[in-house]
Design a protein around this ligand. Structure first.
Ligand code: SAM
Length: 345
């Protein structure tokens, strides 16, 4: 049988009581540490709680899973992991494989760093959007950048986990992650992130030296965040109770603000550019047709399409708004071409 046991987020102290008996009766206990580091003294305390064999569950061993599954067919095996065992896709996959191989599985849940940090920062949990991980390789930052973009335009918060490599004892510094995102903005130009963006750095949540520091990136980039683990949260539209809580629960270097104000959907950005452009082109071409009544209806239709586009945008029907402004643009271009004028770009 195979037990998936969560350690919680406060070292050996947060191990669920029901896990103690399971640990003491297990033949083999694997301690997984590749999702977050576990301190030496905590590791020793956990080792003392186990009676059977105590092994390190390195990333390759858990991802491969064959050794764990082989033993779990005949022995009582425990996979102990930091936080909650199922906030790690590898563990879910291993459990699925175990069930497929007719191995009985059991779960003991515990608090997770991810859920705990949202509350510790004073944020509303239901406003958390898709979560992303930031890796040190620069080109991999495009994915988290677009995750922030989509979450922000919906007004949601983005949790950014930072790369941790147990073998290299490497944990990404929050400052490097933030600066990497600012570099990505230079290439992508979606107005997602800049030095004025408000962000939170949540460090060592659940530990005695937990810290929550928030502010503009320009202020955060001067801070030494100390020992890992760290997580960055790019806040979305903050409810006033969230801003109030954030200021009381953590250290605020700047007044929290709504990041979603500057980040607009691509369709809205396009409309801002095209509506005045098409309207100007229509005004310019109208005098050329003042004596040709048969074209009046086309000029009127172009104006109506522009008005429709504005109305659709107001109603949140962005795709239809783009379609309408496209029609107006097409009509105006045709009228310009007929008079030997270049279409407006
Ligand atoms: C895959 S997640 C951890 C999943 C774990 N099973 C759980 O439930 O907490 C690992 C990432 O979470 C973040 N993290 C973990 N523990 C943290 C803590 N105590 N404080 C802040 N961030 C933490 C780090 O960014 C780390 O790279």
């Amino acid at each position: 049988m195979l037990w998936f046991v969560g350690l919680g987020i406060s070292g050996s102290k947060s191990i669920p009581v029901e896990a103690l008996e399971v640990l003491s009766k297990a033949d083999i206990v694997y301690l997984e540490q590749f999702t977050s580091p576990i301190g030496k003294s905590d590791m020793l305390k956990i080792k003392k709680m186990t009676k059977g064999e105590f092994k390190q569950g390195k990333r390759w061993l858990v991802e491969d899973g064959n050794e764990i599954l082989k033993y779990a067919k005949t022995k009582r095996v425990v996979l102990l992991s930091y936080g909650d065992p199922y906030i790690a896709t590898t563990h879910i996959e291993l459990r699925t494989r175990a069930i497929q191989e007719k191995i009985k599985t059991y779960s003991i849940h515990a608090s997770s760093s991810l859920t705990s940090m949202i509350g510790e920062c004073g944020l509303h949990f239901y406003k958390v959007g898709r979560i992303a991980t930031i890796m040190s390789e620069m080109k991999s930052l495009t994915t988290p950048y677009y995750v922030i973009y989509k979450n922000t335009i919906e007004g949601n918060h983005t949790v950014l986990l930072l790369e941790y490599n147990q073998d290299k004892d490497f944990f990404m510094d929050p400052k490097d992650a933030l600066m990497g995102l600012i570099e990505t903005e230079k290439g992508q130009k979606r107005n997602v992130i800049d030095l004025t963006t408000h962000a939170i750095v949540a460090s060592r949540i659940g530990f005695k030296d937990q810290s929550i520091i928030s502010g503009k990136i320009s202020s955060l980039k001067k801070i030494d965040f100390g020992k890992p683990p760290h997580t960055i949260i790019i806040t979305g539209r903050l409810h006033f109770t969230e801003s109030d809580a954030l200021k009381i629960l953590g250290k605020c270097l700047d007044e929290p603000h709504d990041n979603s104000e500057k980040t607009k959907k691509i369709s809205i950005q396009m409309m801002k550019k095209y509506v005045p452009m098409v309207r100007e082109a229509l005004e310019e071409i109208t005098p050329y047709y003042k004596d040709q009544k048969e074209f009046k209806v086309i000029l009127e239709n172009a104006e109506l399409y522009i008005q429709d586009a504005e109305k659709f945008l107001e109603d949140g029907q962005d795709e239809v708004a783009i379609l309408s402004i496209g029609y107006a643009d097409g009509l105006v271009d045709a009228l310009r071409l007929a008079k030997g004028l270049e279409p407006k770009m």
